[in-house]
Design a protein around this ligand. Structure first.
Ligand code: LRH
Ligand code: MN
Length: 424
């Protein structure tokens, strides 16, 4: 389903007067409003191909209808999101769920929607039909060399497909671990995984990166072989300069200080990117900013401070991706809300008075430091995020226009009610 420019223009013209009033007010309030708007226009978020359908859980899956049936329809859906908010400019594919039959056609379709290929994702957490070996007891960690070899070859195949498509990174998330004490020799599991990752690393083109994604638990519930930021950093440091850690916000133990982890990984030059989502309990993969919006702001506060300290390019130097799964909401509406929450947290972080914060920290003026951060978080910067969309030719209120255009109904008409998107 396509949205035409005239639909966006008529939507914006209705909302323009109110938007301009709010924008004028906030420009008075916030120092570098123009600088922030420009940074927001430049900022692009990668959309996971596996989050365009209804994920569901082991207890049930309730389809919202009109889900993409193939990679072409997934690209169209992300193209629609990008048309609505001009900030969803990349697709992150998961192999084998998204293996492209006709690579030139897929590359042309992605370009037609103004998208690029973000990191590729390998999958050695499910057994593929016809595969010689099972990953029941792990993949890169496996005690059986033949299983490790199969998993290594899969990752190298994912790199090959990514090179053809134009991606520049591989994300490796391993379900590997153990469910009971005694089941696994942790040291051997680490060494097997490292040796396997070294073979995958050796297959990386010179201009590629590999992201080692850590996760505390699930599907293993006693140990995970890449279980936290320290273990991921250990692998990344031992692998080499093209290896980085990847922070999925839902992959931490309760109350972990993720913003501190981010600041230290950035300081070490080993932060590769993010899988943004939110959670209340485990890896809930909920809408970004829906449970802990202050934490999302604090993470971006450390990112802006740390990236500027290293002279990094905010848009290019880290991988900004969403990783979510939808059970009760329309997948596209959920992704629009996640992008909005991420852009807002970034805008708030850009508005922090860094000179005043530095002084408050040097003076150990704790209350003053708190006030400076909370001022940025409690100032409604949504007009700046909307203005960035407007200047980029997108919608002032993407979710409203999505609904007003009956997108889901149109998708159900063209694709049917019972379609199932490949993925989780
Ligand atoms: C694991 C994970 C990983 C993906 C998968 C879909 O929990 O976050 O990033 O491969 O979700
Ligand atoms: Mn993830």
């Amino acid at each position: 389903m396509n949205l035409e420019n005239y639909q966006i223009e008529s939507h914006n013209s209705e909302l323009l007067p109110k938007h301009q009033r709010k924008l004028a007010f906030i420009k008075e309030e916030v120092g570098n409003a123009e600088g922030i708007i420009q940074k927001l226009i430049d900022f692009q978020i990668g959309i996971p191909s596996w989050a365009l359908g209804t994920g569901g859980t082991r207890f049930g899956r309730f389809s919202s209808g009109g889900e993409p049936r193939n990679i072409e329809e997934k690209i169209e859906d992300i193209g629609l999101l990008h048309k609505l908010n001009a900030a969803s400019g990349a697709i992150s594919l998961h192999i084998p769920w998204d293996t492209a039959e006709n690579v030139p056609a897929i590359k042309a379709l992605v370009a037609q929607h103004g998208l690029v290929f973000d990191a590729m994702n390998s999958n050695t957490f499910q057994d593929q039909a016809g595969s010689a070996h099972s990953y029941k007891f792990g993949s890169l960690q496996h005690v059986n060399k033949a299983v490790r070899k199969q998993a290594i070859e899969h990752n190298i195949e994912v790199i090959r497909q990514g090179v053809e498509l134009g991606s520049k990174a591989l994300t490796v998330w391993l379900a590997d671990g153990s469910c009971f004490p005694g089941q696994l020799n942790f040291r051997k599991a680490f060494q097997n995984t490292l040796e396997s990752l070294q073979e995958i690393y050796a297959a990386l083109p010179a201009d590629w990166k590999v992201f080692v994604e850590y996760k505390a638990f699930e599907p293993n519930f006693y140990s995970t072989t890449v279980g936290d930021w320290g273990q991921s950093l250990l692998y990344a440091n031992k692998l080499g300069p093209k290896a980085f850690t990847l922070v999925d916000l839902g992959h931490h133990l309760p109350n972990a200080n993720i913003e501190q982890i981010v600041s230290l990984l950035l300081m070490e030059g080993k932060l590769g990117g993010f899988h943004f989502n939110d959670s209340k309990y485990g890896d809930d993969d909920l809408t970004a900013g829906s449970m802990k919006p202050y934490q999302l702001f604090l993470i971006f506060n450390e990112l802006v401070e740390g990236m500027d300290a290293r002279g990094m390019n905010h848009r290019e130097d880290l991988a900004w991706m969403i990783d979510a799964s939808h059970n009760v909401k329309d997948p596209l509406e959920d992704l629009l809300q996640s992008v909005e929450a991420i852009m807002l947290a970034y805008a708030q972080a850009l508005s922090v008075d860094r000179v005043a914060l530095q002084k408050a920290q040097d003076d150990n003026d704790v209350a003053r430091a708190q006030e400076i951060l909370q001022q940025a978080f409690r100032t409604d910067l949504r007009p700046l995020v909307a203005e960035a969309r407007l200047r980029a030719g997108a919608a002032l209120a993407p979710l409203e226009l999505f609904r007003a255009s009956n997108v889901r109904q149109e998708l159900i008409k063209s694709r049917g009610l019972k379609t199932v998107a490949t993925g989780l």
